[in-house]
Design a binder for this molecule. Structure first.
Ligand code: ZN
Length: 452
């Protein structure tokens, strides 16, 4: 057994109440948080001095297409229809398994560097099992905890073949992956990234949701931007009894108030992706609408092809956007000088516990408590952009950036230490990523003038 004792740190437990922020120690034994509190002793433990450290739960990135890492910034100036045309109908079709591997590896390592310990990899560029296996191998190699949501590509229809929206999720592949990724075995869990009613026919939608239910897997769907392919889809899923806490809706900006309420009432989980929704034209994130229904979303960084994958930025953007909407509402009612309905702590909750809850893993990850997995993010507080720290939660949410992240631990193993990723061959991986991205961009005849 290995033991580690972090002494005399500021601990953001995310447990709520008087134990939310503690000054004290964290004892880790193997992959588990063994104890939290002041004055802990463990003679056998390696001691880490915590005087200038904030220790908090690792972040949960609840939605990201990690395979797009080689396309970084290509889509930064595109609207969503441009993104669909260029990325899904074009660039995506030129990814081989090795391209998926190198994008997923570097994307996952960057998540660790930015403090994410659990990555929901919404992998929807899997034309063959070899692509899927490449993504899984990269996630394993990175050392991150991941939920691998298996999805299918969206190429343009080809003559003589059905279009993607008429093709049900491949059952054989789910059977194969269920064998490979047994529940509670290792750091990688399985879920399904299905088309859902916005992108598929009713027949395919019902088939895919039944498939997920049969295997007890999360069914995650994109919902929104433009007309739905199956407007009656959500009502049919509801009447068929296929809506529950294993259903995850991403975006949801165009859902009616009534539909949103009905989905929340059935325990459906929501994930917002503030940067991509605001940049690409989805509309405002539905954070405030969910708050008014008594629930919160998790947050994802979505597409590094358009913006950063840093979850602290995503949390801050979500908070900033909703504060702005709340302020506009208040001023329209003639109210001035009231108290904000959103706190910095809420934002930290969205990127920790709410992500864990979306995955049904709130008993394992998302907060610092005895018995939970030792997934930790450690920030140095003696930095020019953080001092003085009057409130550590506000400092993390409103001031911190990845350069402040000293160390990241997943399941008791350091993945970043003293400001450096523990990855021996990062430069060759970056070289290969650059080559992969260039080749794919040139394959579709995309010139820098199409991007800027
Ligand atoms: Zn997405």
């Amino acid at each position: 057994m290995t033991s580690m004792l972090i002494k005399d740190a500021t601990i953001l437990t995310m447990r709520g109440g008087s134990e939310d922020v503690l000054r004290g120690d964290v004892l880790i034994r193997d992959d588990i948080i063994a104890a939290v509190g002041p004055g802990l002793t463990a003679a056998e433990a390696d001691v880490v001095a915590g005087r200038n450290l904030i220790v908090m739960p690792g972040l949960v990135n609840a939605h990201m297409h990690t395979w797009q890492t080689a396309l970084r910034s290509i889509a930064s100036n595109w609207t969503f229809p441009e993104y669909l045309r260029w990325v899904h109908a074009g660039l995506a079709t030129h990814f081989g398994p090795r391209d998926i591997y190198i994008s997923t590896l570097v994307g996952a390592l960057n998540q660790l560097d930015c403090g994410t310990t659990t990555l929901v990899d919404w992998c929807h560029n899997n034309p063959t099992p070899a692509h899927t296996d490449a993504a899984l191998e990269a996630l394993r190699r990175s050392g991150i905890r991941a939920a691998f949501l298996h999805g299918t590509p969206k190429p343009d229809p080809r003559p003589g073949e059905p279009p993607y929206w008429e093709i049900a999720h491949p059952r054989d592949e789910v059977v194969r992956l269920r064998q490979a990724l047994k529940p509670d075995a290792g750091l990688i869990s399985l879920g399904l990234a299905v088309l859902g009613p916005h992108y598929a026919t009713l027949e395919v939608t019902l088939q895919d949701f039944r498939l997920a239910q049969e295997f007890g897997l999360i069914a995650s769907v994109h919902e929104g931007y433009g007309p739905s392919r199956c407007p009656e889809g959500w009502a049919c899923l509801e009447s068929e009894g296929l809506l529950n806490g294993l259903v995850n809706v991403v975006h949801g900006n165009e859902l009616s108030d009534d539909r949103l309420r009905r989905l929340v009432d059935r325990g459906v989980q929501f994930t917002i992706t503030p940067e991509s929704e605001l940049i690409c034209g989805h509309g405002h994130p539905i954070l405030g609408r969910l708050r008014d229904l008594g629930t919160w979303p998790s947050i994802g960084a979505d597409i590094e092809s358009a913006h950063s994958g840093d979850m602290l930025t995503a949390a801050r953007t979500a908070l900033t956007c909703q504060r702005s909407l709340d302020n506009i509402d208040a001023r329209a009612r003639g109210e001035f000088g009231g108290k904000s309905r959103l706190r910095a702590r809420d934002a930290l909750n969205w990127v920790t516990l709410e992500g864990a809850r979306m995955l049904g893993q709130q008993d394992r990850i998302g907060s610092i408590a005895p018995g939970k997995q030792a997934d930790l993010l450690i920030l140095r507080t003696d930095a020019i952009n953080l001092q003085p720290i009057h409130d550590p939660i506000s400092a993390v949410v409103m001031q911190a950036n990845p350069s402040n992240i000293d160390s990241v631990m997943v399941a008791g193993v350091w993945r970043k230490r003293h400001g450096r990723l523990l990855c021996a061959d990062l430069q060759p991986a970056l070289d290969e990523l650059g080559e992969s991205g260039r080749r794919i961009r040139e394959a579709v005849g995309l010139h820098p003038t199409d991007i800027t």
